[in-house]
Write a protein that binds this ligand. Structure first.
Ligand SMILES: Nc1nc2c(ncn2[C@@H]2O[C@H](COP(=O)(O)OP(=O)(O)OP(=O)(O)O)[C@@H](O)[C@H]2O)c(=O)[nH]1
Ligand SMILES: [Mg+2]
Length: 335
C-alpha cells in the first residue's frame, strides 16, 4: 500500500519479473486491487497490488471502499495477511499533505496491534555513486524514523530500502513472510467482519470523514472568497478567471459533499462517540446520574433489538437519568 506513484506496482513487477501495469506518466495507474500468486520457499503466497490514495481518477472514498471490500472478502474466506509493505518515495523532499493523509489512513486501516506486520519500504533511492543525493536521502530517512514513522516503529514496524532490483524485492518479501506465524486480521477486517460495523463507522472511515469534512469546509471558504472577489472587480478578464475557478470549486465540492454524506457516521456510532466524549470530559464523581445512564444505555446497545424489557421497570433516579440521556440523544439526532 502507499500513495499513488510510490512504486507499488513496480515492486511487484520487479519481484515477479513481469510488468503488471506500471504507468510512467503523471496520472495514477492502478485502479483496481489485483492479486498475483507466487511460490516462495514452497509456500503459496499472494501478492496484492492496491490503488493509492490521492488517485487522479478515484476519490479517496472509492479507494477505501475497494481496499476494505477486498480485505473483508478475503478475511471472510479465511485468508490472512502475512504482512503489508507500505511504500514511500525517499526522493520526496517534503512530507506533502497527500503523503501524510495516506499514512494516516493506512495507520487506521491497520490498527496499532498490527504495526509489527508492516515494513515501511522506501523506494526511489538515488544511485549510491551520487554521494550528495544519497546523504540527503539518508537524512530524510532518519527524519521519517524520528517523526512520522516513530509510533509505527515503536509498535514493531520495520524499515527497508527497495533498490529497484529483483534481489532487493525478494529480500524484502523474505523478511515479510518469515515471521508470519501470527496471522490475525488487521483492524478494518476485525471491525467489518467480527464487529459487523459499516465502513463509515470504522476508524479508517471516521478518519476519512474528518478529512472530507475539512475539505468541504475549506471549499466553502474558497467559494465565499471567489464570490467576494467577483463582487469587487469590473475587469472582464479577471471575472472570467474567477468564474472558471468558481465552477471548478463548485464541481469539486459537489463530489466531496456526496462522499461526506456517505461517510456520515451512523446514529449508533455517534452515540458511541458521545459516550466516549462525555466519559472523558466529565468525571463520574461529579455526575453520578450520567454514569448510571451511560451504563443503562450501553446495556440497551448491547441487547438484541426488542429484548431490552428492563426499560419499563425503571423508576426514580434511574428513569430520570435515562430521560436526561435521551435528551442528549435528541440533540444529536436533530443536529
Ligand atoms: N527510479 C525508480 N523509479 C521507480 C521506483 N519505483 C517506481 N518507480 C517509477 O515510478 C513510477 C510510478 O510507479 P508505480 O509502480 O506505477 O507506482 P504505484 O505506486 O503503483 O502508483 P499507482 O498505481 O498510481 O498507485 C513509474 O514510472 C516507475 O517506473 C524506484 O524504486 N526507483
Ligand atoms: Mg500501481
Amino acid at each position: 500500500m502507499g500513495p499513488t506513484g510510490a512504486g507499488k506496482s513496480t515492486f511487484i513487477s520487479t519481484a515477479i519479473g513481469r510488468d503488471i501495469g506500471i504507468d510512467h506518466s503523471l496520472r495514477s495507474s492502478t485502479s483496481r486491487m489485483s492479486a498475483i500468486r507466487v511460490t516462495i520457499m514452497d509456500m503459496q503466497v499472494v501478492l496484492v497490488d492496491t490503488p493509492g490514495f490521492d488517485d487522479t481518477h478515484l476519490s479517496d472514498l472509492d479507494v477505501l471502499k475497494m481496499v476494505s471490500d477486498w480485505l473483508q472478502r478475503t478475511f471472510e474466506k479465511g485468508l490472512k495477511l502475512s504482512g503489508i509493505l507500505y511504500m514511500h518515495r525517499i526522493s520526496d523532499n517534503r512530507m506533502a499533505r497527500t503523503s501524510t493523509k495516506s499514512l494516516n489512513m493506512f495507520r487506521r486501516l491497520c490498527g496499532e496491534e498490527n504495526f509489527k506486520k508492516v515494513i515501511l519500504t522506501t523506494t526511489m533511492w538515488p544511485d549510491t555513486s551520487d554521494r550528495e543525493a544519497t546523504s540527503a536521502a539518508l537524512d530524510r530517512e532518519g527524519e521519517l524514523k524520528r517523526t512520522y514513522w516513530l509510533d509505527m516503529i515503536k509498535g514493531g514496524s520495520r524499515t527497508l530500502w527497495f533498490e529497484n532490483t529483483q534481489k532487493s524485492a525478494w529480500r524484502i518479501l523474505d523478511e515479510l513472510i518469515a515471521p508470519c506465524a501470527e496471522q490475525r486480521p488487521i483492524l478494518i477486517q476485525h471491525e467489518l467482519v467480527t464487529l459487523k460495523k459499516p465502513l463509515q463507522d470504522t476508524v479508517a472511515g471516521q478518519q476519512l470523514y474528518d478529512t472530507v469534512k475539512k475539505l468541504t469546509e475549506s471549499q466553502m471558504n474558497n467559494l465565499r472568497r471567489i464570490k467576494e472577489e467577483l463582487k469587487n472587480t469590473s475587469d472582464l478578464e479577471v471575472m472570467q478567471v474567477l468564474l472558471d475557478e468558481l465552477s471548478v470549486v463548485r464541481e469539486e465540492r459537489e463530489k466531496a459533499m456526496l462522499d461526506r454524506q456517505w461517510l456520515e457516521p451512523t446514529l449508533v456510532e455517534r452515540l458511541r462517540r458521545l459516550l466516549r466524549v462525555t466519559r472523558v470530559s466529565k468525571p463520574a464523581a461529579t455526575a453520578p446520574f450520567e454514569e448510571r445512564s451511560r451504563s443503562l444505555f450501553l446495556e440497551i446497545l448491547q441487547t438484541p433489538r426488542g429484548r431490552f424489557t428492563r426499560i419499563c421497570e425503571l423508576q426514580g433516579d434511574e428513569a430520570q437519568c435515562l430521560a436526561d440521556f435521551l435528551g442528549l440523544v435528541r440533540t444529536i439526532v436533530s443536529d
